[in-house]
Ligand binder design. Structure first.
Ligand code: ZN
Length: 186
């Protein structure tokens, strides 16, 4: 058994993929090999999430097309939820649909009121292949749904319609990072 350490403390911060990068719109593949490389990926994902001050990160946001996400996210009662899931499946999303502020490390500086279910249940396995079930409400349920979307090649702006969608996409097009994200060959 490994000594317990702070998640991400041995990880390396990797560059984030931004809106326009094809890595974000390709569905990710199931993890089949639970080795040191996977453990390193999860560590690097924690390190990258913390460096960017995010509350969740999916593997394709650092260009790795595998079904893995990490989170360190409060719910509406300020309970902290910290962990990771490999091969997650959103098995329940219910409760009222609430429109609340949502952002993404792949669209830095942009936020939009996005409709999400108030409760979500995600099943998967840990980095060592142990079965895991994570239940979230409020803002943490939002985070779980957001990260599951990423692994299917989705982004939160896909849930926006009308003026909200146009406003978010216009802000993204004008953002300082937009030129590099949409440069050909990336
Ligand atoms: Zn995101």
């Amino acid at each position: 058994m490994r000594p317990r350490t702070i998640p991400g403390s041995s990880g390396h911060v990797r560059p984030l993929r931004l809106l326009g990068d094809p890595a974000l719109t390709e569905p990710c593949q199931e993890v089949t090999v639970f080795d040191d490389e996977l453990a390193r990926l999860v560590e690097d994902m924690y390190a990258t999430m913390y460096a960017a001050q995010g509350v969740g990160l999916a593997a394709n946001q650092i260009g790795v097309p595998l079904r893995v996400f990490v989170y360190d996210c409060p719910d509406d009662e300020d309970r902290r939820h910290l962990g990771h899931l490999v091969n997650p499946r959103l098995v329940e999303a219910d409760g009222p649909v609430i429109r609340g502020p949502e952002g993404c490390l792949s669209l830095p500086g942009i936020e939009a009121g996005t409709p999400r279910h108030d409760r979500a249940v995600v099943t998967g396995v840990s980095v060592t292949g142990e079965p895991a079930t994570v239940t979230g409400t409020g803002f943490f349920a939002r985070c779980l749904q957001h990260e599951c979307d990423h692994l299917d090649g989705g982004l939160y702006v896909d849930h926006l319609t009308g003026l909200r969608r146009r406003r978010a996409l216009r802000a993204a097009a004008k953002a300082p990072w937009a030129a590099t994200a949409e440069a050909p060959g990336r």
